[in-house]
Design a protein around this ligand. Structure first.
Ligand SMILES: O=C(O)c1ccccc1NCC(=O)[C@H](O)[C@H](O)COP(=O)(O)O
Length: 215
């Protein structure tokens, strides 16, 4: 099996971004959601994004954002992909894709087998799917909660579009997650932090190493 491609999500500082790039992250994620400890103001996001070398995909993560919000991000921050992490419909995914001409990744929350029915609704319109743990009831954040779902629900499943496994991944469980699910891509946020919103360069390096040296 080839090395997994990794998205380091919720970067807020140059040190984390540098560790992600140096360690070979394929994607870096910037969060635009004010309730999140990883939320970035536009100027800060731009400062980080312009430092990302070509070839590393810069992902803007939004939650049920309207066109005005997306227009402002698009006009200010040089991004390569949208990640829609709210309850956006398949029609909204198609609309965002058409409006900006950028690939769209739709996040789907999973807690039980039935949740995977959404895959068939979104696969025809999304460029990628991010299969994440469903947040607990009443959680402030729809993602970035450091919780895993039962990976057996997606073990060796066949996918019509590229997908990433997310939720509760850490440097210690990345290899097991890859082996069990057969995922080609992983996404991580809180598992490579020293505190909410503060990425730990050593944990980022360890995560990337574990994902790149899959068994
Ligand atoms: O990370 C956030 O703060 C966040 C806020 C609002 C919506 C989504 C968010 N994160 C989405 C991600 O892509 C995370 O990387 C994914 O949920 C995995 O998070 P974690 O379990 O912390 O690794």
């Amino acid at each position: 099996m080839s090395a997994a491609r990794v998205k380091i999500c919720g970067l807020t500082e140059p040190a984390g971004l540098e560790a992600a790039v140096a360690g070979g992250a394929a994607y870096v994620g910037f969060v635009f959601f004010p309730k999140s400890p990883r939320h970035l103001e536009l100027d800060r996001a731009r400062e980080l994004a312009v430092e990302v070398p070509p070839g590393v995909v810069k992902v803007a993560l939004v939650v049920n954002a309207d066109d005005a919000t997306l227009d402002t991000i698009d006009a200010t921050v040089p991004i390569d992909m949208w990640q829609l992490h709210g309850s956006e419909s398949p029609e909204r995914v198609a609309e965002v894709k058409a409006r900006y001409g950028l690939p769209v990744m739709k996040a789907l929350g999973v807690a039980e087998a039935d949740d995977l029915k959404a895959v068939d609704l979104y696969a025809p319109v999304a460029d990628q799917l991010l299969i994440d743990a469903k947040p607990p009831k009443g959680a402030d954040l729809p993602g970035g909660n450091g919780l895993a779902f039962d990976w057996r629900l997606v073990a060796q499943r066949r996918w019509a579009v590229p997908w990433m496994l997310a939720g509760g991944l850490t440097p210690d469980n990345a290899a097991e997650a890859l082996a069990l699910t057969g995922a080609a891509q992983l996404d991580v946020s809180s598992g490579v932090e020293s505190a909410p919103g503060v990425k730990d360069p050593e944990r980022i390096a360890a995560f990337l190493s574990a994902a790149h040296h899959r068994r």
